[in-house]
Design a binder for this molecule. Structure first.
Ligand code: UDP
Ligand code: MG
Length: 139
């Protein structure tokens, strides 16, 4: 069952490079409603747990170091077909392959420092949302 919600993080490079406002503006201009929002910083244990599915990949250590390197902005977004539409809005993992006008095309630095996270399924959107937000922080 589609929940019409997805989870995103504006990653440390996007925050460091001053893109919070521009990225949130693009997200809301595309029709997503922000139903939860916070600035926070992941601990090593947080990042290892959040990205546990990638723990055998060669880039895992670098990913955890990067994701804990500074504050992030976490949000839950609501829209019809939220998960798929948001993956379209952010573009391919590697910004070199991300379509013109996508968030990663506009704001990402590299395949690792790629500005934003977007959930890849409704199940993961629910798991990732609960990882970051208590029920009373979700509207
Ligand atoms: N990543 C990386 N090197 C790679 C592939 C991925 O550093 O070769 C990082 C990148 O930050 C990416 C994250 O690991 O966003 C999760 O990878 P995934 O394949 O799930 O990409 P996404 O779903 O974020 O597009
Ligand atoms: Mg992914």
């Amino acid at each position: 069952m589609a929940t019409n919600r997805t989870f995103t993080m504006l990653k440390p490079d996007a925050v460091r490079n001053g893109h919070i406002g521009a990225i949130l503006d693009k997200i809301t201009a595309t029709g997503f409603r922000i139903v939860a929002l916070k600035m926070t910083q992941l601990t090593t244990a947080d990042a290892e747990a959040f990205y546990a599915v990638h723990n055998e990949r060669p880039f895992f250590g670098e990913l955890v170091a990067y994701m804990t390197s500074g504050p992030i902005v976490a949000a839950i977004l609501e829209k019809d077909n939220a998960v798929d539409d948001f993956r379209k809005l952010i573009g391919a993992t590697n910004p070199a392959d991300a379509a013109e006008g996508t968030i990663r095309n506009l704001f990402a630095t590299s395949i690792s420092e790629n500005a934003v996270h977007g959930s890849d399924s409704d199940d993961n959107a629910a798991i990732e949302s609960a990882f970051h937000f208590a029920g009373r922080e979700q509207f």
